[in-house]
Ligand binder design. Structure first.
Ligand SMILES: [Zn+2]
Length: 124
């Protein structure tokens, strides 16, 4: 499953960030998944559950924000959210070709919610 390797690389990033920022306990991870990212949100959730059964991310919630596809019309420049990813007539001028994609291709970690220790004197 494609999403499983995506989740695995996200987990690697989260681990790095955790060390870098001295995060004590991670509570929640928020991910933005664009409509054209190629990843299915349900599969991402499933992959997350599989790969966080044990270890330092056990029990951490994964929140997925579905980012709709948004384009700017190639003819009149109107920005709109097409219902269909293949056929995207502009609601204003009905142009179907040459639109610029504004958002919807992205897949990234938006936020890692965690407790951060200020000093490193805590429990061993
Ligand atoms: Zn248009």
């Amino acid at each position: 499953m494609h999403e499983l390797s995506l989740i695995q690389s996200m987990i690697d990033i989260i681990r790095e960030e955790r060390v870098k920022h001295g995060m004590e306990r991670i509570m929640r991870v928020r991910v933005v998944n664009g409509a054209l990212s190629g990843a299915v949100s349900d599969a991402l959730s499933f992959g997350w559950e599989c790969l966080t059964q044990e270890g330092e991310l056990k029990g951490v919630a994964l929140e997925i924000i579905d980012q709709p596809l948004r384009v700017a019309c190639g003819s009149c420049g109107l920005e709109f959210e097409p219902e269909d990813k293949q056929y995207m007539p502009c609601p204003s001028c009905e142009e179907i070709l040459g639109h610029d994609i504004i958002s919807g291709k992205e897949l990234y970690i938006e936020e890692i919610e965690a407790d951060v220790l200020d000093d490193k004197g805590g429990a061993a």
